[in-house]
Design a protein around this ligand. Sequence first.
Ligand code: GLN
Length: 562
Amino acid sequence: MDTKYIFFTGGVVSSVGKGVTAAAIGKLLKERGFAVAVQKLDPYINVDPGTMSPYQHGEVYVLDDGAETDLDLGHYERFIDISLNRVCNVTTGQVYAEVISKERRGDYLGGTIQVIPHITNEIKRRIGLVAKTTGAEIVLVEIGGTVGDIESLPFLEALRQMRSDLGRTNTLNIHVTWLPYIGATAELKTKPTQHSVRELRSIGISPDVIIARSDYPVEDDLREKIALFCDVERQAVIPLVTAPVLYEVPLILERFDLANYLLERLGLQTRREPDWTDWERLIREVQRPKPKAHIALVGKYVELHDAYFSVREALEHAALSLGLEVKIDWVHSSDLEKDRHWDVVRAADGILVPGGFGSRGIEGKIKAISYARQNKVPYLGLCLGMQLMVIEFARYLIGNDEPNSTEFDRSTSYPVIDLMPDQRSIADMGGTMRLGLYPCQLQPGTRAAAAYGKPLVEERHRHRFELNNAYREMLSRGGMVFSGLSPDGRLVEIAEIADHPFMVGTQFHPEFLSRPNRPHPLFVAFLEAVRNRLGLGESAPQATTSQITPGIQETLAVGSGS
Ligand code: GLN
């Protein structure tokens, strides 16, 4: 069959959940037996979001192949349970970089390089790569931003051309809009939707489906009105009222029979009846009242919860599998440095320090980790959270605050976390970390091995610094267990504290591989320890490897100066 394309544009305002809508539609189609992939086209000039501040962009989501992508790729992978690759996130920056480098090479044989056709052709080429590299039969393409933005015009022009290149049965346009609610008259307004459809038409694109997002119920007469004014079939106007549970969105769309409508328009037959049993069970489980577990998430971008999207999701997936409701208490690590908000940390049933960069708030995180270790509060450290757990432990063993990462103190006399050797000569910041899937060998008898239940795993990474091997012996004599190593043994991937109910740190980011129906084993093990602490479950398996060796302080200087 020809590859089919479904294009998603946004109207009225941004942040209406276009990514979740695309992900949910991908799920509907996969459930009907089709191979699907989703691509995000981002109109900004950065080559990827890897160098952007989380305040600008939210989380940087990492794929198997190491691509640093928009967080919408996380929605796609989680909803549809697929693994995407680097062609699935295209930015204006990538497109221009490619075209300009071809021009410099002389590939255009003296031609004048223009937005149409050179930029639009490069966009179309990249859209075409998705089916080629993923084997998808239906490719969903989401255009970031809102119709009317100057910067998304080349992308929209490429979509317009694809429709005439490939024909109407091979392409569909879905426009996701917002219906504002006017409190004074207690009504929803369709006018902005009409305007944004007009804007879309002015560049030659007519929507086939309108998804009208709203915070309030949408009556049938509004559907009629949108259909009439926007020239879309009535059944193709889908009201999508904000769902308290994100994972409900596919079921809501299913109620409007959207997937069958899309398949019909694309000239496809359903291959199998969707089975929603597991998904419905998941939603019921979310809605069921459950005992609450408070997790203090100690980070530096906590005002912006999107910065830790996958971590939130992974906690939620694991909690559901254990019959818990996880309540994340956001703690700003700089506040802890000023002796504020310790009450939140003290009240928590578990503490998590996620990934991060730069020195702001580092000491606050280390204090929280110290608290977790001393008070035997379950702790999970992700990437930076693992590195800081190592620093905290080294400080405890050595008895002063000198141990550090060279990321924060270049001249520390105890560089227990240091730049990876192959990072030393790197000058470019973008796309040059250790990125993507790498294998990790688990050491028998450890908590990590017990959690995974298999000897070798692969996890996604995004870091420049690592545990300095010169300190391994000192740390392990002190009671730190290196429970996950790279297969050549050179890189510590997982560290844990033996004499503690659950204190585990990973150099990788397990949160990127958690799925709603397949929670990540380490998050499950962490929350099992939390559940035990709450007195709600069985006790966790005990690690059997190295125990704390008292009186180790005198041997600790060994690794210093390396
Ligand atoms: N800043 C640390 C490093 O580069 C940790 C990175 C992270 O947490 N993703 O190694």
